[in-house]
Design a protein around this ligand. Sequence first.
Ligand code: NAD
Ligand code: DAU
Length: 361
Amino acid sequence: MQNKQSILITGGAGFIGSHVVRRFVNNFPNIMIYNLDKLTYAGNLENLKDIEHAANYKFIKGDITDTTFINKIFAEYKFDAVIHLAAESHVDRSITSPMDFVMTNIVGTVNLLNAAKTLWSNNPIDDKNTNSVRRIFYHISTDEVYGTLGSTGHFSEQTPYDPHSPYSASKAGSDHLVRAYYDTYKMPVVISNCSNNYGSHHFPEKLIPLAINNIKNNKPVPVYGAGLNVRDWLWVNDHASAIETIFTKGVIGETYNIGGNNEWKNIDLIHLLCEIMDTKLNREKGESAKLITFVKDRAGHDLRYAIDATKLKNELGWSPSITFEEGLALTVDWYLHNEEWLKHVTSGEYLKYYQGQYEQR
Ligand code: NAD
Ligand code: DAU
């Protein structure tokens, strides 16, 4: 097992990370995939039940802010590549607890950069290297680092950073540090900045899964402000496929924007979801929309995000595989057929699933 090449994926028990881990475990059977996750409220090993016994998969419980622990696992497993997704990811939580975001998103990222730098500089690759996994530190980031758009325009890779929330500021900080390690130490890094994801296994504090869950349970669906903010939605499996494309073909030192060219005003999106839910739950047309409740706006709420993903399409040949209507229907079906998952996640019950099983090394 030690001779196999290996990829460390951080945050693999979370929403996007679990889709990435599953994809890599299935698509790279000869490569060892290590999933490092602290299992915060957002991390859930139930997300990976289907691959947990795969021969090329291993879970490691741990915290990326713990320098000693991070150095120890890099020395032990000698990862060939890193895909870094672990983060505090919810904007509303960053407004109430900014320090958690600074610690995980900035300090945690630097810990990983330092550990990879030490490991890789002590083990240089020779010219005859024929390994299939190249050395790469792939940092997964967000379009929120670019700030907000008015009613026109798109974020390109050249858009200056202008983050507004503690979350996006902490992600911007981590992006800058990753680039600094490329410039200063020649670390082989790549960054991608993606728009809003949706799909299965999405924690129901984010808009789409929260709305599905509340509509199903006849609870109010909170819409911030007047619901006029715009987000650019991408199916999570398409984000995972973009990550595989960039991991295998992306040019070292480059940044790639990822997006679905799929902008929705929040209120229009919620109305669409209500219509889909009326049909799926055999409710009278208009019944679910009665649950829409306008609430106090988010502080510093960015008006509009929209990604220009031309570079990724033209240079690496990636584009989304399905339409929003298809993706949303699949997502609603997944939530309606996975009541247990939802119940565990909303009750905190899932924490018991791994209690005692994965003590920190
Ligand atoms: P998530 O909150 O669902 O999952 C985050 C994961 O990181 C969880 O499993 C959690 O346990 C783990 N984690 C948190 N702190 C940790 C720590 N200190 N040490 C180890 N593990 C820790 O997040 P997500 O929505 O899946 O986002 C994953 C990544 O993608 C993040 O970096 C986020 O910024 C980025 N991103 C997300 C979106 C989106 O729409 N959700 C869009 C673009 C980019
Ligand atoms: O753009 C990428 C980002 O998308 C990621 O980097 C973040 O990790 C991810 O959480 C997401 O951030 P948003 O803040 O855009 O997602 P959220 O689902 O929290 O909110 C989407 C929009 O819906 C936003 O305009 C706020 C609004 N909203 C959200 C919630 C939770 C509501 O109107 N009501 C709600 O209850």
